[in-house]
Design a protein around this ligand. Sequence first.
Ligand SMILES: Nc1ncnc2c1ncn2[C@@H]1O[C@H](COP(=O)(O)OP(=O)(O)O)[C@@H](O)[C@H]1O
Ligand SMILES: [Mg+2]
Length: 392
Amino acid sequence: MKNLPFSNLKLLLLGSGELGKELVIEAKRLGCEVIAVDKYENAPAMQVADKHFVLDMSNKKLLMDLINSLQPDFVIPEIESLSIEALKDLENNGMNIVPNSRTVEMTMNRDKIRDLASNDLNIRTAKYRYVYDLSKLEYNSSEIGFPLLLKPLMSSSGKGQNLVQKKDDLEKAWILALENSRGDVKGVILEEYIDFNYEFTLLSVRTKEGQTIFCPPIGHEQYKGDYQCSWQPIPIEKSILEEAKQVTKIILDNLNGAGIYGVEFFVKESNLIFSELSPRPHDTGMVTLLSQNINEFELHLRALLDLPIPEINLISPAATRVILSEDEHLKFAFYGIHEALKIKNSKILIFGKPFAKKGRRMGVAIATGLDIEQARLRADQCASNIKISSSD
Ligand SMILES: Nc1ncnc2c1ncn2[C@@H]1O[C@H](COP(=O)(O)OP(=O)(O)O)[C@@H](O)[C@H]1O
Ligand SMILES: [Mg+2]
């Protein structure tokens, strides 16, 4: 039996978005001190953390200096755009990077994790090619075939991702992708377009002992690569779910770091296709705030802090629907909250982002129901009541 003292743990969160905010809330419930970092003031997680810093975390020196001066017990990345050199150096000197610096590096851009899955671990993925030079775009596209998806090697939430129907549209998509690429990676991935029947996230927890525990699968829908709604559980053929668990275990055994992982799959005609993985709570997994006995944020913490996870249970079917801003606003208010919360078993998270941009995710509605249909309907009704407008 472990009976280690558990006090005064200092967590440093790199990235302070809405997922980080929920992580901080759970960490505070466990009595930890949390310091939140992002590149702009007043980011969501900063609003609930003990302390915060505004910093360009892709700058090696700045990031090293900050971490060295704070000496946290754990460094928890919440975003991809970080100086990996800083994290590796720190880890070599004994710092705990969650889940570990190699995994952060493998999942930072789209290429390393894809190569690991497809080439080293023999896991089925969409056909893909990397292109770093416009002159090679056409040839590589013809190898994939149309339609194809062209994505920046480094991006998230569908930014810079475009469906390309024909050769003539390649260059425009290339320019858009590079404009929306994060970090200094100047390349794109071309992916075979999978006309899937459905997609899902398998939230999976790896413990310090190397055990993998799975959450019930989460269904979701995306628009232009950005998450719109999710629901848990999604009914999946038993053999496909088993295969997804096996594939996940193979990947997590390789990555070998404790924490939660959002593992994304497509299903097309009973074929399972691995898409991508993030070593942290997943946006589609916000549904677990109402659906599970232990939500994805607390699961991440329990795993990295080596606390027990006796079992993961579904308490109720539940669903989410995002609340997006339709415009850009510097000063704004949320309207319709009263109507929204009249929906039974619903809950609203307002992320607290300091400014609104067109299409920016500003909140989420979550609801439970007797079945998935009822939960989805409630989450949709709840979100549809809420509008963001200027308050000047
Ligand atoms: N090869 C593909 N075929 C069909 N749809 C895809 C493909 N790749 C991505 N998508 C769609 O775009 C969404 C976002 O893509 P993803 O690669 O997960 O990017 P991100 O890192 O921005 O989440 C996916 O959840 C899926 O709906
Ligand atoms: Mg994704």
